[in-house]
Design a protein around this ligand. Structure first.
Ligand SMILES: CC(C)(COP(=O)(O)OP(=O)(O)OC[C@H]1O[C@@H](n2cnc3c(N)ncnc32)[C@H](O)[C@@H]1OP(=O)(O)O)[C@@H](O)C(=O)NCCC(=O)NCCS
Length: 171
């Protein structure tokens, strides 16, 4: 079985703290995520994140990507409200040693299917920074369509940049 076929999405646990710090503390990951994701990523950040996940109610929406018993990445979605209440925004990252094996694509397919099964959603969307063609490809392989280029919508690492809006709708 390939690594991508072996992955499992499951809730975060306190025992994941060392793996979370090991893989999340990476500038190449931070560069592609919102600034709420810290850098450097410390043990205190990992403990706080896992406490937040453990205290949240209802169906799990933030998952560890587990490969051979180890948390090697993260994928999660947030439900919007008001007139956007049938939309979720999804985000993900994977530890650098595991890039290029189809793992993020497998995780994204699983998480998106799970989101549509667990909630009465019509749409799951994701935003990719313009310098991240690998993640755009992951979204395309998982059935997301490019809907828009949001011009000059990002300020990250001291730069203004475009972002790409991708979405998958309920089939
Ligand atoms: C983006 C990320 C999740 C991809 O994870 P991954 O497991 O390596 O992704 P996959 O192996 O499933 O697929 C990657 C695809 O992108 C392609 N790709 C990678 N780098 C690329 C590049 N510079 N240009 C074009 N395509 C690229 C790969 O060839 C592969 O496509 P293929 O299967 O058609 O060959 C991972 O690199 C990561 O965590 N990056 C930092 C955080 C991040 O970007 N998160 C997403 C924010 S929107």
């Amino acid at each position: 079985m390939s690594d991508a076929e072996q992955i499992k999405l499951r809730p975060w646990a306190r025992t994941d703290v060392p793996a979370l710090v090991r893989y999340a503390n990476n500038r190449k990951i931070w560069l592609n995520l919102r600034d709420i994701f810290p850098h450097p990523y410390t043990r205190a950040h990992a403990e706080k994140w896992i406490a937040i996940c453990e205290s949240s109610r209802g169906p799990t929406t933030n998952f560890a990507i587990e490969l051979q018993g180890e948390a090697v990445g993260s994928i999660g979605y947030r439900l919007l409200d008001d007139v956007n209440c049938k939309t979720a925004i999804i985000g993900y990252w994977l530890g650098e040693p595991f890039w290029g094996r189809g793992i993020a694509t497998a995780a994204l397919k699983q998480a998106t299917d799970g989101a549509f099964q667990s909630f009465p959603l019509e749409r799951v969307e994701a935003t990719v920074f313009e310098w991240n063609p690998g993640s755009a490809r992951v979204l395309e392989k998982a059935g997301y369509l490019l809907e828009a280029r949001l011009r000059r919508s990002i300020f990250k690492d001291g730069r203004v940049a475009d972002s790409l809006l991708y979405a998958r709708i309920r089939q």
